[in-house]
Design a protein around this ligand. Structure first.
Ligand code: GAP
Length: 513
């Protein structure tokens, strides 16, 4: 079922110009994708929503656009050369390679799904009187499954924290976890594998010239923090936001744009006084979940998940998980990174990276709270929640509609003359020329009006305007709503105001605060 939905989303994305496999005529490149005409618009709108909500709505946050290539010492200082690894395990029979931690997590998710199913069943049975907490605390099935999860977790978290690869393998063996492809339990040892891509700088190909494609955008912010602070006269607390490409040589590169080798991140580093980081960590947790829920993709589709193992740089970390077709998975991380990164860059560069706090009259290396979200994963949350197949009318005909949040939709309004004659296209042209300065609108005159509506539904256009013979008489048009398919007559002079009210980024941002 979930697999079905994912397949449908992938096919739909290709058919309607959202996402294509990279270099498709050469059979594609694994875990790399290109965004088509509608995908590029949606992606830009996601980035705009993030950028404006972070930079424009916070007077103490500014932007940055750092280069992808950085001095190789950056990645030694950040710990990525030594510790940016995935624990890999191979199945000897299928020859497939997996992340050992992901195999265990997926195994654990099966018990979690069993509990969720029991709860759902009981909820249906007892209706209004259902006490979820009491059920979870007392039901023998749930308790048995929870005990299995707890036992597994205790071992798993310890193995991760101790970097104990032998124990990770043992957990897989003891729980009889099988290769998802072949069902075989014939596993190799677990080995560490560094995820950074490297390349050579300049014409001389020796190891001294090795540089890396950045695996996160955050380091570009850290190494520039004093440049920005001084040139922008920023006072702590302040933030620096950046959107840009990141690269990881992912081994488990599956599930469409969920895990890619080239992807885009939207990251913000918030610099605070040491000791105040937990206050800001809580602030950003709350702000970021609000940002997601403001899109109305369903509040029940989000949950927080505290990290089982903290990254080498963090003293607190939480994921915002979204209910993707393959279950709840991370879309964003909020991390309290302490002074680890700035401290290490200070040490490795030999340059002072302290901030002078005029209120305290002292210098210190700031602590950092980070919010980090993948543009592509965010894109996938929208497709997952927006894709709908609906039966319409008495004929049993189905329509595919993408209920994309209006302000993020690739096309905001389609302008459709009912027929290609009687002066209607000319009126439509005039409306198009007025609206195009404000919104991404399109003009379409080919095919029946019904077919044109369906095409717009399939790319998520929230409104269609139809120009008909009545328009010539009273200067009104039909405004058709994507989600309800209802139609109303509105004056041409009102169109800009209506559109601002219903599809503008400004309205979406206003709802956030
Ligand atoms: N600077 C912190 C950092 O990079 P992360 O949890 O490794 O943290 C942050 O990545 C976000 O980047 C994730 O929540 C996810 O949305 C996105 N991301 C990470 N790896 C990705 C991949 N291979 N493909 C697509 N998005 C990815």
């Amino acid at each position: 079922m979930a697999d079905d939905l994912l397949k449908k989303i992938i096919a739909h994305s290709k058919e309607y110009g959202f996402i294509f496999p990279s270099s498709e005529i050469y059979d594609g490149l694994s875990a790399v994708y290109d965004y088509g005409q509608n995908g590029a618009e949606l992606k830009n709108n996601i980035k705009q929503y993030w950028w404006q909500s972070m930079v424009q709505l916070h007077s103490n946050i500014v932007g940055l656009d750092a280069a992808i290539f950085m001095h190789p010492k950056v990645w030694e200082a950040s710990g990525h050369v030594g510790a940016f690894n995935d624990p890999l395990i191979d199945n000897k029979d299928s020859k497939k390679r997996y992340r050992a931690d992901v195999l265990i997590e997926e195994f654990r998710a099966k018990y979690e799904a069993k509990i969720a199913k029991d709860v759902e069943k009981a909820q249906k049975k007892f209706g209004e009187q259902f006490d979820k907490e009491q059920f979870i605390a007392t039901n023998p099935n749930v308790l048995r499954n929870q005990a299995k999860i707890d036992e597994l977790n205790a071992r798993f978290v310890k193995a991760l924290n101790d970097n104990d690869l032998v124990e990770l393998r043992q957990i897989i063996i003891d729980n009889e976890i099988a290769c998802p492809e072949s069902g075989s339990k014939n596993w190799t040892e677990v080995r560490q594998f560094n995820l950074m891509f490297d390349t050579k700088l300049g014409s001389v190909s020796d190891t001294a010239n090795t540089i890396y494609l950045r695996p996160e955008t955050a380091q570009g912010i850290f190494v520039n923090y004093l440049n920005v602070q001084k040139s922008g006269r920023m006072k702590i607390p302040f933030g620096i936001a950046q959107i840009g490409k990141a690269f990881r040589n992912e081994i488990v590169a599956r599930q469409f744009i969920f895990r890619m080798r080239e992807f885009e991140q939207m990251e913000m580093q918030f610099f605070v006084r040491p000791g105040e980081e937990m206050k800001w960590y809580e602030y950003w947790k709350e702000f970021r979940i609000k940002w997601h829920k403001n899109l109305n993709l369903g509040d029940e589709n989000y949950k927080f998940h505290n990290h089982d193992k903290l990254a080498h740089y963090a003293n607190a970390a939480v994921d915002i998980e979204f209910n993707f077709p393959m279950g709840f998975k991370e879309v964003e991380g909020i991390h309290s990174r302490t002074d680890f990164d700035l401290g290490r860059h200070q040490e490795f560069s030999g340059k002072k990276l302290q901030y002078f706090d005029p209120e305290l009259n002292e210098s210190y290396v700031p602590y950092v709270v980070e919010t980090s979200i993948g543009v592509d994963r965010m894109f996938m949350t929208i497709l997952s929640a927006a894709y709908k197949e609906e039966v319409v009318g008495e004929t049993g005909e189905t329509r595919i509609v993408l209920a994309i949040p209006p302000a993020l939709a690739p096309v905001k309004i389609a302008i459709l003359p009912l027929v290609k004659k009687d002066g209607l296209p000319e009126i439509a042209d005039k409306i198009f020329d007025k609206l195009k300065f404000h919104f991404n609108v399109i003009y379409e005159e080919k095919d029946s009006i019904g077919k044109r509506y369906r095409r717009q539904d399939a790319i998520g256009t929230p409104y269609c305007i139809t120009i008909d013979h009545q328009t010539k008489e009273d200067n009104t048009v039909t405004l058709r709503h994507r989600d309800s398919m209802e139609q109303e007559r509105v004056s041409v002079d009102e169109l800009i105001n209506i559109a601002h009210e219903k599809v503008s980024m400004a309205k979406l941002l206003e709802n956030l605060l």
